[in-house]
Write a protein that binds this ligand. Structure first.
Ligand code: AMP
Length: 113
């Protein structure tokens, strides 16, 4: 999709520091990390937000969740991690291409909001 930062990362026109890629998804370091390890896991297909998940595209979301344990292991997150998805304005979603924050590398705050 035009003017989508994460579509541009997917097609390589914006650089990123990738930690994982396959035919459906890419994972790369967040530019402004909020934990010692902060990676974004993104479908290559443009899906705007969690509100847009339906039967036609849910397989990519399932795929993301099957790959997260593998990505977490390569990043050394043996003690656990947090997966965050922000959706819409109340959820403070700033990039309108669905993505899952994978955060870890320290004891995270117990509160989420
Ligand atoms: P959200 O607020 O949930 O939409 O998260 C968007 C995330 O994308 C933020 O944590 C940003 O720091 C991150 N971000 C924005 N642009 C880039 C970029 N070009 N490369 C890596 N991360 C980015």
């Amino acid at each position: 999709m035009d003017n989508c930062i994460f579509c541009k990362i997917v097609d390589g026109s914006i650089p990123s520091k990738k930690v994982y890629e396959d035919e459906m998804i890419v994972a790369f370091y967040d530019l402004e990390p909020q934990a010692p390890v902060h990676v974004l896991v993104v479908p290559k297909q443009h899906i705007s937000c969690a509100d847009e998940i339906d039967e036609s595209n849910s397989s990519v979301v399932a795929h993301i969740f099957t790959k997260i344990p593998q990505i977490a292991k390569t990043l050394g997150l043996e003690n656990g991690y947090r997966i965050v998805n922000n959706c819409g304005s109340d959820g403070c979603q700033s990039v309108k291409h669905i993505h899952f924050h994978l955060l870890g590398g320290t004891q995270l705050n117990g509160r989420m909001a």
